[in-house]
Design a binder for this molecule. Structure first.
Ligand code: NAP
Length: 302
């Protein structure tokens, strides 16, 4: 088993990373770095430099911080010769991620920009099913309650937090994986709360008749759905990609194994001396923020 250090003990670290590492035969959680968070029974540091200096025996760092602070930590980890796994979205900007990829390559370490939704059970079979189809229309409906999934996390509404594109990038990571043809954004309406710096909702239109409706104000049942109409039938992905229905027949019912699959992939990459860096979902977010029309809506308070 390989020792790994988890940086940023917040919501996603506790909900997903700690259990995924704990249930893996590849990894042992050897240290954590967080200003406030700890994991029972695991040595904890509040200072990243100190951890790097004192724990040269830990070769892999998994960074679960929000996107803005993440880059500086990744640079230090790579400079210290450690392999690095990044939560999604992998950076606050595209240029940051390209810079990290370059540094990792020069340092000879693995860099893995994870996109957890791509590991949802229905995604790989959806890609296979679509590979020989002609898509006539596709639509993303990604509507969830920000208060439930990001309770009190003001960073999502600060510059670099990406607003509704924080969860929206999960949908974008799926469509960039399964679409058999490239698309690019034609237009976007972005709804910014009057008191915030990032959008709370977005309506997007891409080439090839692909559209998306993203909203962070949905209470009650949550919607993480993608529909693709083709000349040979219709595909539905539900539950963030875990359920796949083609031509009305359910062919996969998943059980949320996304994070164990990410850690399995990281183990393979480290073993093979490889990296996996993909910014394609972020390109659509950057394009929306470049091209989108700004609409001011009611202020938002947690
Ligand atoms: P979070 O709980 O708000 O933050 C994670 C940790 O980062 C916090 O515990 C905090 O730890 C540390 N942190 C926050 N701001 C910092 C700063 N400026 N400098 C240094 N450390 C800082 O966020 P999260 O929900 O876990 O999300 C983290 C990442 O995971 C995001 O990129 C998000 O997109 C992704 N993600 C989240 C979810 C979800 O459901 N929330 C799902 C999938 C992926 P300390 O204060 O203890 O240092």
């Amino acid at each position: 088993m390989t020792q790994i250090c988890l940086v940023g003990i917040g919501k996603i670290a506790v909900d997903q990373h700690v259990p995924a590492i704990g249930g893996s035969d590849d990894w042992v959680l050897a240290a954590t770095v967080s200003r406030a968070g700890t994991v029972d029974g695991v040595p904890s540091f509040s200072d990243f430099d100190q951890m790097l200096a004192e724990r040269a025996d830990i070769p892999v760092i998994s960074i679960c911080l929000p996107p803005v602070p993440r880059y500086d930590y990744a640079v230090k980890a790579i400079a210290a010769g450690r392999h690095v796994m990044l939560e999604k979205p992998p950076g606050a900007t595209l240029a940051e991620v390209y810079a990290l990829a370059d540094m990792a390559q020069k340092a000879g370490v693995t860099l893995y920009t994870t996109w957890h939704s791509r590991m949802a059970k229905g995604v790989a079979p959806a890609k296979t099913w679509l590979a020989d189809k002609t898509i006539t229309r596709a639509h993303i409906c990604w509507k969830e309650d920000v208060r439930r999934w990001h309770p009190g996390q003001d960073w999502v509404f600060e510059p670099g937090g990406m607003g509704v594109f924080d969860p929206g990038s999960n949908a974008l990571s799926i469509i960039t994986e399964i679409l058999p043809m490239p698309i690019h954004l034609r237009s976007a309406d972005l709804q910014f709360p009057a008191n915030r710096d990032t959008p709370i909702a977005a309506q997007m239109q891409w080439t090839q008749n692909v559209s998306g409706d993203f909203d962070w104000r949905q209470e009650g049942p949550q919607s993480w759905d993608i529909t693709m109409e083709t000349t040979a039938g219709t595909l539905h992905l539900h539950d963030g990609g875990d359920r796949l229905i083609t031509d009305g027949k359910e062919i996969v019912a998943g059980n949320n194994r996304e994070y164990p699959a990410l850690y399995g992939r990281m183990a393979e990459l480290v073993k093979n001396g490889a990296s996996e860096v993909d910014v394609s979902p972020m390109i659509h977010v950057a394009d929306a923020l470049t091209l989108g029309r700004r609409i001011t809506v009611d202020p938002f308070h947690f």
